[in-house]
Design a protein around this ligand. Structure first.
Ligand code: AMP
Ligand code: MG
Length: 490
């Protein structure tokens, strides 16, 4: 008896009113071929990885066959792109197949990205090129392994067709898994149309899905805003603590569940530079590394504006309440960020002067182009701190700081071994360095060679392990390997 892939779909989003989405099936492609299946994630979702690896599985993951129980839709949303409001964006190249309840009881969206045009495509072709698909696969799974809330990647498939960008490139489809794909921009879509009932329906849906504890809160919509503010503040702190730069923090790329979403020209920085920008389209540095907290708060303020009519009929009162809730962002962010930094330098308890000690290290790192990841990782080495010192152009800048750091750590009862273990658990050895990601994409696109992709994904799955066989993956780029710009690739 032939077995077929079974997705136990539930479709709570497509049960919402018709103006929340457009029903649209993926466009079939010529010759799908599975490049990568995330087997552990398939199992987590209650799917059979062996069946997904069959030709029938590849056809589903490429959008050539729609599995039973799916109710394919493109979601409607609006958004501020680089500060400019666009009242209608929507899924222009993504189609939500449906939701499954995973083994932990969580509802997860299964979405095909690059599966053909939708009513929201505008002038786009609805397709994705192989390079950006591999980039999203690598970086989202690396973020997951780093313990940072994120959408996941279930599969990458090449379509057997070309997509036309500046040149003809191999086309691909990414299967993305998210706790939902609801964005700040989804709220803006309805708020811009003054459709308060739709805003309320959406808010209720988000509470049901992401903030079930608030179902019976006294003021559920206030609590919802506070919840999103809290999760975004924590998320951005986590980004900064690993040197992640999202690159396009538009409100349509900002998830109300608090997951990192829409990996485009994102990048991890090598040497520490708070003003670092990689994205070719971010000419003003709006989304620079150190601007990310400020931008997140700006995006949350846009969300708050959408919710005002649900707060109170008295607009002045509603605004005051929203401001009060938004006011918590700074404190939540700073606490998460400073606590994270204290852990990164191996401090177990907080003392006066710690913030200054940390800031002085960061300043010296910036001045000396120290590698962000390796400085922290090597600082924890039992073998001494010679490798951390070597990250600094002028190593004496490190020496001065290290004296103060040794004096500070001596005040704590933990042993050096305990400190090292604690530091190694928060300071990764391996991040998806841009030059590695680029090399992997080149091998795949130019030579149909996926061995480098497989190896990189494998190394990044255990970012906190030493993995001596793969030590070279920890190295920063040589001067001629440095990637200066990243691209959306849409
Ligand atoms: P992004 O920059 O990926 O966040 O996308 C911004 C908007 O452009 C979203 O509405 C996307 O659906 C749409 N978009 C991006 N690339 C394409 C494409 N190739 N075809 C159609 N729509 C696209
Ligand atoms: Mg987007």
């Amino acid at each position: 008896m032939a077995m077929t892939v079974h997705f136990p779909f539930q479709n709570s989003y497509s049960a919402l009113p018709d103006n929340f989405f457009a029903r649209v099936a993926p466009t079939p492609v010529a010759a799908p071929r599975l490049i990568k299946l995330n087997r552990p994630l398939a199992v987590e979702l209650g799917l059979d990885p062996d069946l997904l690896e069959t030709p029938e599985g590849a056809e589903i993951l490429a959008g050539k066959t729609v599995p039973a129980g799916a109710d394919p839709i493109a979601m409607a949303y609006a958004g501020h792109q680089f500060g400019n409001f666009v009242p209608q964006l929507g899924d222009g190249r993504a189609i939500l197949l449906g939701e499954v309840i995973d083994r932990g009881g969580l509802r997860r969206d299964i979405q095909l990205k690059g599966s053909g045009p939708t009513p929201f495509s505008r002038r786009g072709d609805g397709r994705a090129a192989l390079g950006p698909v591999l980039r999203e696969y690598i970086v989202s799974e690396a973020m997951y392994a780093l313990g940072i809330p994120t959408t996941r990647s279930l599969a990458a498939v090449i379509t057997g067709e070309h997509v036309l960008r500046e040149t003809a490139l191999p086309g691909a489809v990414l299967t993305r898994v998210a706790s939902s794909h609801i964005r700040v921009g989804t709220f803006q879509f309805f708020a811009a149309r003054r459709d308060t009932e739709a805003v309320r329906r959406l808010a209720d849906h988000v509470i049901f899905r992401h903030y079930p504890d608030l179902l019976h809160a006294e003021r559920p919509y206030h609590a919802l805003l506070a919840g999103v503010v809290g999760r975004q503040a924590e998320l951005i702190a986590r980004w900064l603590l690993v040197g992640f730069i999202h690159g396009v923090m538009n409100t349509d790329n900002s998830s109300v569940s608090g997951e990192t979403i829409d990996y485009g020209p994102c990048a991890f920085m090598d040497s520490y530079n708070p003003a670092q920008v990689f994205s070719s389209i971010d000419e003003m540095g709006r989304y620079a590394y150190a601007n990310q907290p400020r931008i997140a708060l700006w995006n949350l303020t846009r969300l708050a504006e959408c919710l005002l009519p649900l707060f109170s009929d008295d607009q002045e009162k509603a605004v005051a309440e929203a401001q009060d809730i938004l006011g918590a962002f700074g404190e939540t962010f700073s606490t998460a960020y400073q606590t994270g930094l204290r852990k990164k330098i191996g401090l177990f308890r907080e003392r006066n002067g710690d913030d200054a000690l940390i800031q002085d290290l960061l300043d010296a790192m910036a001045k000396n182009q120290a590698d962000f990841t390796l400085t922290f990782r090597k600082l924890g080495d039992a073998a001494g701190t010679a490798d951390a010192r070597a990250q600094f152009m002028d190593p004496t800048a490190f020496d001065e700081w290290a004296k103060r750091w040794h004096a500070r750590t001596a005040l704590e009862p933990q042993t050096a071994t305990e400190r090292q273990a604690a530091m190694n658990a928060v300071n990764p050895m391996f991040i998806p360095r841009n030059h590695r990601v680029e090399a992997v994409i080149q091998a795949a696109v130019n030579d149909d060679n996926y061995a480098p992709f497989e190896e990189l994904v494998k190394v990044l799955a255990k970012p906190f392990d030493d993995q001596p066989d793969y030590a070279a993956y920890a190295d920063p780029p040589l001067p001629d390997q440095r990637v200066l710009q990243t691209f959306c690739g849409t």
